[in-house]
Design a binder for this molecule. Structure first.
Ligand SMILES: *[C@@H]1O[C@H](CO)[C@@H](O)[C@H](O)[C@H]1NC(C)=O
Ligand SMILES: *[C@@H]1O[C@H](CO)[C@@H](O)[C@H](O)[C@H]1NC(C)=O
Ligand SMILES: *[C@@H]1O[C@H](CO)[C@@H](O)[C@H](O)[C@H]1NC(C)=O
Ligand SMILES: *[C@@H]1O[C@H](CO)[C@@H](O)[C@H](O)[C@H]1NC(C)=O
Ligand SMILES: *[C@@H]1O[C@H](CO)[C@@H](O)[C@H](O)[C@H]1NC(C)=O
Length: 684
């Protein structure tokens, strides 16, 4: 590197340094720009602070009954005159402010831009004096104070025009000129748009003094509006007597009992030139929605929100609890074995659409029966709701029910499973489209079955009962064979339902008085005497059923005084010589097979004999109905003869029974007795 190059570099550096120094010193003297006050040189007085995000806050809307002045001055002195005798320089300033009161109706005094001889305003008082002047120095020319006030209180004693005005004050709070806060919109000086100073939003102010023209202008505009072409205030005044050689510039406000925040967001100033425009995007943000809505949020919003959330929570819990209760089931450990047979109450609830009355199929002695469709499998079901109030015996009963659920026969209604709730048992069966047989027999003439249909049903029920008695690894006594317990499927096949249910009534009663279960007219005499249900008692009931189907009459007609007992009546018809066919259902008209009707009536009577030993077995009954065995041969096989049949008048056995006459054939009646027996007996 040669000497010449080094000299050139040093020379260059010197020029740069001189330039930077000159620039720095001139900037310091003639002006400044603050987009926010984070790194500003300000002298603060009173409660004025720079907030962490760079706002200059002269006063805060906060409870403080001490009314004091608050000031903020730019620390450096500004030269306003070349010498003591010279005239005042031109200057220009621009700032963004916001007045945010706690309550729009009551606000603090407002604020002012000030040019003062010191970095403070000693003796400045609050209220109408805006922290600048006091009672004794107000209006005194020795003050040397210029102020541009943004006044939000109407104080007539200082000649305020209203409570929302801008004014130019020289040495006192009585403005030299003032105007309601407003700005000129595009289109000239004529169109003024009002502004509310204490609205809580940032606004811009320009103050321009022309030293040669001797005129001071004040312009106001909302933050989002660019500088209006015409000023709001324009006052011809020579500030030379007001200004000293060096002055300080700043802001003043005062606290008051009407809590108001006074903010300055940004500020630029320049002597002998235009104040630099502020970069609005760099200005610090005002506290959200000012100070005003915050306490409301806290005092009203937060409690409301909490109450709302709490109610939602409570309602949620209640809903959850009620839902849980609604679908609550009783499930004990021993039942886990029956898993596949166990139904969810919720599924049954959905299937039956909440056990609606529209889904009610009928009401029987054991409870209500509802129609339904299982949600996932779409299988049609019938749900029998049985209320039981005893815990005792339920276990055995469920065991039996579940074992019965394994029975499968085309003439037996399949038990699909069960569900248990508190005090309630729900049994789920295959749905039988055509309902129970009795409505076809007794609701006539609305619906009637032809003889061939009836005969098919009879043969079906006989086959079903035979299966219960002999077709399974255990003997099952039905205990309640009757027309209303015979259900018809889609093809009008007769299917036995409700087997085993009679057993339920044995549970939950004390050991000494138990019940004979069955239906009046179907109960074999020995059953009412001993309470013992056997295959023979089922055959007796089946006999009554045969007569019922063939004659279209109930086994006991409670309303008629004579011929109340069906067996007696059929027997007397036969004896009268008119022939047994006279007993047939008149609704059959001529449409029947004579041999079949005769067979059914005679077989019905053979089954209805009072002596159990003389009754045929279900196997013999089926053989007879199929025509494999002649009825005469059957009688001789049983050591009885058709003409010598013996019937015990049904009333005989009822002496010690509590009888209520059936109002509906669906009713099942109970009678007191002493012995209980399981529906499942071990022998065959
Ligand atoms: C109330 O005002 C006084 C005087 O300016 C000040 O010292 C005090 O800190 C203020 N209190 C509050 C809570 O702002
Ligand atoms: C008013 O302010 C001046 C200073 O400007 C001070 O000397 C004077 O004591 C003050 N008077 C009152 C009543 O506060
Ligand atoms: C103005 O203030 C000065 C000094 O504070 C005082 O001497 C003078 O009497 C005051 N003038 C009036 C009119 O109050
Ligand atoms: C603007 O404010 C002035 C003074 O407060 C009032 O007389 C005038 O009616 C207002 N104009 C509008 C448009 O509100
Ligand atoms: C003040 O306003 C008047 C009228 O709009 C204008 O003629 C003048 O130039 C303005 N002076 C300054 C210093 O802005």
């Amino acid at each position: 590197m040669d000497f010449l190059s080094l000299a050139m570099i040093l020379n260059y550096l010197h020029i740069v340094l001189v330039f930077l120094h000159g620039r720095a010193s001139s900037a310091q003297k003639t002006g400044f720009t603050f987009n926010g006050f984070q790194s500003s040189k300000l002298e603060l007085e009173g409660v004025a602070v720079i907030t962490p995000n760079g706002l200059l806050r002269l006063t805060e809307a906060k409870e403080n009954l001490t009314e004091t002045a608050s000031h903020a001055f730019y620390q450096e002195p500004i030269q306003f005159k070349r010498s003591t005798g010279g005239s005042s320089f031109s200057f220009s300033t621009m700032f963004v402010f916001a007045i945010v009161p706690l309550d729009q109706r009551f606000t603090g005094p407002g604020m002012a831009f000030v040019v003062a001889p010191q970095r403070s305003l000693p003796g400045g008082q609050p209220r109408q004096y805006l922290g600048i002047f006091n009672m004794s120095n107000n209006g005194n020319a020795t003050n040397h104070v210029l102020a541009v006030e943004l006044d939000t209180v109407h104080t007539p004693e200082v000649k305020d025009i209203d409570k929302n005005h801008v004014g130019i004050d020289i040495n006192g709070v009585v403005s030299a000129i003032s105007a309601p806060a407003a700005y000129h919109t595009e289109g000239g000086a004529g169109k003024l748009k009002n502004l509310t100073l204490k609205i809580g939003q940032a606004m811009q102010v320009w103050v321009d003094y022309d030293g040669t023209e001797r005129r001071i202008n004040v312009t106001l505009a909302p933050l989002e509006v660019s500088r209006p072409s015409a000023p709001l205030l324009s006052l011809a005044v020579d500030l030379t007597p007001v200004m000293k050689e060096t002055m300080y510039v700043g802001f003043s406000s005062a606290t008051s009992q009407f809590y108001t925040s006074h903010y300055i967001l940004g500020w630029s100033f320049r002597v002998n030139g235009h104040a630099q425009d502020l970069d609005i995007s760099k200005l610090p943000k005002l506290p959200r929605l000012g100070k005003m809505p915050a306490p409301k949020m806290l005092t009203i919003g937060v409690p409301l929100l909490s109450i709302f959330s709490l109610s939602i929570l409570i309602f949620g819990l209640i809903y959850h609890y009620r839902r849980k209760m609604k679908f609550a089931e009783v499930l004990e450990e021993w039942e886990l074995n029956y898993g596949p047979h166990r139904f969810k109450y919720k599924d049954l609830y959905i299937a039956t659409r909440g056990f609606r009355d529209q889904e009610l199929l009928g009401t029987g002695g054991f409870g209500r029966v509802y129609r339904g469709t299982l949600p996932t499998s779409k299988i049609d079901i019938a749900v029998k709701r049985i209320s039981h109030d005893s815990r005792q015996g339920v276990r055995e009963f469920i065991a039996e029910i579940v074992s019965l659920g394994r029975l499968r026969h085309r003439n037996i209604v399949t038990l699909l499973g069960y569900c248990r709730r508190k005090g309630e048992l729900l049994l789920v069966y295959d749905y039988m489209q055509n309902g129970s047989l009795d409505k076809y027999l007794f609701n006539q003439p609305r619906i009637t079955l032809t003889w061939s249909q009836r005969f098919r049903v009879i043969k079906g029920v006989a086959a079903g009962l035979l299966y219960l008695h002999e077709g399974w690894d255990q003997v099952v006594i039905h205990r309640d064979v009757k027309a209303s317990n015979v259900l018809l499927d889609a093809e009008l096949n007769g299917r036995l339902g409700d087997f085993g249910l009679a057993r339920l009534h044995d549970h939950g009663t004390d050991l000494h008085t138990t019940h004979v279960v069955g239906t009046l007219g179907y109960l074999a005499p020995e059953n009412t005497r001993t309470g013992k249900a056997t295959k023979a008692t089922d055959v007796y009931a089946f006999g009554a059923f045969l007569l019922e189907v063939a004659t279209g009459r109930r086994p006991i007609e409670p309303k008629s005084t004579t011929d109340a007992i069906l067996v007696d009546w059929v027997f007397s018809c036969w004896r009268r010589g008119g022939g047994i066919l006279e007993a047939r259902d008149p609704n059959l008209k001529g449409d029947f097979v004579v041999d079949e009707v005769e067979l059914v009536l005679k077989l019905g009577m053979v089954c209805s004999q009072s002596e159990p030993k003389l009754r045929p077995s279900m196997r013999q009954v089926v053989q007879c109905l199929d025509g494999d065995v002649n009825i005469q041969d059957l009688c001789s096989l049983l050591n009885t003869c058709l003409n010598g049949l013996k019937f015990t008048s049904q009333e005989e056995g009822f002496d010690d029974m509590v009888i209520s006459y059936p109002s509906s054939s669906n009713q099942t009646y109970l009678a007191s007795s002493y012995i209980t027996e399981s529906i499942i007996s071990d022998g065959r």
